[in-house]
Design a protein around this ligand. Structure first.
Ligand SMILES: Nc1ncnc2c1ncn2[C@@H]1O[C@H](COP(=O)(O)OP(=O)(O)OP(=O)(O)O)[C@@H](O)[C@H]1O
Ligand SMILES: [Mg+2]
Length: 335
């Protein structure tokens, strides 16, 4: 029996005893019991205050926080920022969504896919990535062996069901989605679909985020065409990328998305393209990293770090091969 329940029973017993011994005091005793049970209700709230639970105190969307984070912390991703803001805000403001939110983040390595997922998480869950309601899977780490696929399927389904039962506003992040076995993706399909509930559990408040490099080359080619035509990067619009991206991802036989019904059933609500990063963005990443380490930002060092990175294509050297990845270790060398 929980502590609060024990106390409640004790209070009720004392009311009964007082009523039996001295009827006149019964009113007072009942009043005291009411006050005490009120205190206990508050006491439970105090518990909620200290211990994360599936309540508004711990899970609430900070729209302006996400807007500011995307503007200040995420560099060179104007398309992704816009789509994410619209998708997350629209979903959370909808009191009765027809299905869970499914975002699929695509792009070249080191362009901010994990970073953005973290920003989304931090602006919904007070405890950020350490929240009990945020679950991250990495294909090569959690599902490495093809021969265990049936076990993985069963465990994954149980895991999703169990966690959404505990908290409807749960988030599931699947990293390296392109390395995930197609059968495994198919096994989570029912949870992403337009069902009112499955075996008594509703998944419509949950958020699923898929991360992958699938389509990254296609995005890069489109952005490079803009660059070669002398057009500003900011001119690239979602419509320039979206259809090419979903076709590329769908037709790519190396990709885990291939022949899964996620795409042909329209279960992905938004494909979010991440553009390859240029020198100026890498330089900003280096400055941001210094700030994160509480160092005085040093432009000269940032430029040195950015210069040291490798850029492609060979002739024009426009995009960073590793995006902003490895900036941290490069910085270690200078400070
Ligand atoms: N667009 C960006 N703006 C600001 N910082 C960035 C950006 N892209 C990457 N970074 C920085 O680089 C680090 C690595 O990026 P991240 O892990 O998000 O890349 P990714 O897109 O997930 O790459 P991969 O496809 O290899 O997994 C981030 O933690 C962040 O510090
Ligand atoms: Mg990543």
């Amino acid at each position: 029996m929980r502590f609060t329940n024990v106390l409640l029973v004790l209070i009720l017993w004392s009311v009964v005893i007082v009523a039996a011994i001295e009827p006149i005091s019964t009113g007072i005793a009942i009043g005291m019991a009411a006050a005490l049970s009120g205190f206990l209700a508050c006491y439970q709230n105090v518990l909620y205050y200290f211990h994360e639970c599936c309540r508004e105190e711990w899970i609430s969307y900070n729209k302006s926080g996400l807007e500011i984070d995307l503007k200040r912390k995420l560099f060179g991703q104007h398309v992704a920022s816009r789509v994410i803001m619209k998708a997350v805000t629209g979903f959370i403001n909808n009191k009765n969504p027809k299905k869970p939110l499914v975002l699929s983040l695509h792009g070249w390595t080191g362009t901010g896919k994990n970073f953005v997922s973290q920003l989304i998480v931090e602006n919904i869950y007070n405890k950020g990535m350490t929240s009990n309601y945020v679950h991250q899977f990495v294909a090569t780490k959690h599902f490495p062996h093809l021969s265990h696929i049936d076990t993985y399927k069963a465990e994954l389904q149980q895991w999703i069901k169990g966690n959404v039962t505990i908290c409807p506003r749960s988030m599931f992040i699947f990293d390296e989605m392109d390395k995930m076995h197609a059968g495994l993706i198919d096994s989570i399909k029912p949870y992403l679909d337009y069902y009112d509930n499955l075996e008594g559990v509703s998944y419509r408040q949950a958020i699923f985020i898929f991360l992958s490099n699938a389509g990254g080359e296609k995005i890069t080619r489109i952005v490079l065409d803009f660059w070669r035509a002398g057009r500003a990067r900011e001119e690239v619009q979602l419509k320039d990328l979206e259809s090419a991206l979903s076709l590329d991802v769908f037709n790519n036989k190396q990709s885990g998305f291939w022949h899964t019904s996620l795409i042909d059933k329209n279960l992905v609500d938004f494909f979010v393209p991440f553009l390859p990063l240029e020198y100026s963005h890498v330089r900003m990443c280096a400055l941001a990293e210094m700030e994160a380490r509480e160092l005085t930002p040093n432009v000269e060092i940032a430029e040195q770090v950015a210069t040291e990175m490798t850029y492609f294509p060979k002739e024009e050297k426009v995009f960073s091969v590793k995006g902003c990845k490895t900036i941290g270790s490069k910085l270690d060398y200078y400070i």
